[in-house]
Design a protein around this ligand. Structure first.
Ligand code: HEM
Length: 219
């Protein structure tokens, strides 16, 4: 019964071919350092899932943001756990992205024909850091407020366009409701959209080109 259903679906959707291409690939003999990309992907998905739960209670307004986080931590069932995973997951993701990048650099995996995998990776690194930067402000506590004040002042020092850029990021000359709303929007819409698209291209390239093998001494 199940196998008939599977072949009926496969005829129409090509599921077995997709499974073979994506999951049943031949890979060279590698080591644990080659698992860092998948580990990053796992944490990215975890961040997405826990983030969606958090948006059910978080309020992106200066008068309510801090209290809504307190509510999540103290009153929502398992809210402390979901927020804890999201909070530490952010740090872990940045560490994993850097280690994954270091691995591909040290093993020379950025060379022909994987230049584009590396380039999409560089953008993934920037977007991941952007997620951390925008997420940091959301609790709207003293640390978040002043860290973002300092960071946006640094943006001001960019030659020529600095003050303009800082105003766009903040939505004015100082941190306000608009800054919080802007950061929240970037954190849950703009940057995740970029992250999902880039991960799609990155993984497509990994599947298309196959994983690189460990370089030999004479290579
Ligand atoms: C959200 C961030 C990222 C995710 C989810 C991700 C995911 C992955 C996965 C699953 C693989 C295959 C397994 C592996 O080699 O570990 C891979 C390979 C690769 N990644 Fe990433 N990656 C990310 C960021 C980056 C960054 C920042 C760079 C470098 C700037 C990069 C460069 C590469 C390269 C060159 C490969 C090919 C490795 C090979 O064939 O040996 N990636 N990535």
């Amino acid at each position: 019964m199940v196998s008939r259903l599977m072949s009926w679906l496969d005829e129409r959707l090509g599921l077995i071919t997709a499974y073979n291409v994506v999951l049943d690939r031949r890979v060279p003999k590698v080591n644990w350092w080659f698992t860092l990309g998948s580990a990053t992907l796992f944490v990215a998905i975890l961040q997405g899932v826990t983030g969606i739960f958090l948006t059910n209670y978080y309020v992106p307004h200066p008068e309510q943001a801090y209290d809504s986080i307190q509510f999540i931590m103290n009153d929502v069932t398992f809210g402390w756990l979901i927020r804890g995973i999201h909070h530490w997951g952010a740090t872990l993701m940045v560490i994993l992205v850097f280690l994954h990048m270091l691995r591909t650099f040290i093993y020379g995996a950025y060379k022909y024909p994987r230049e584009f995998t590396w380039i999409t990776g560089v953008f993934l690194l920037l977007v991941t850091l952007g997620m951390g930067f925008t997420g940091y402000l959301l609790p709207w506590n003293q640390r978040a407020y002043w860290a973002t004040t300092v960071a946006t002042s640094i943006v001001e020092t960019v030659p020529f366009i600095g003050p303009f850029l800082a105003d766009v990021v903040r939505g004015g000359s100082e941190l306000s409701t608009l800054t919080l709303v802007r950061f929240f929007s970037a954190h849950i819409w703009l940057l995740p959209a970029a992250l999902i698209s880039l991960i799609g291209v990155h993984i497509y390239l990994v599947i298309r080109l196959g994983i690189s093998s460990i370089p030999k001494e004479d290579e």
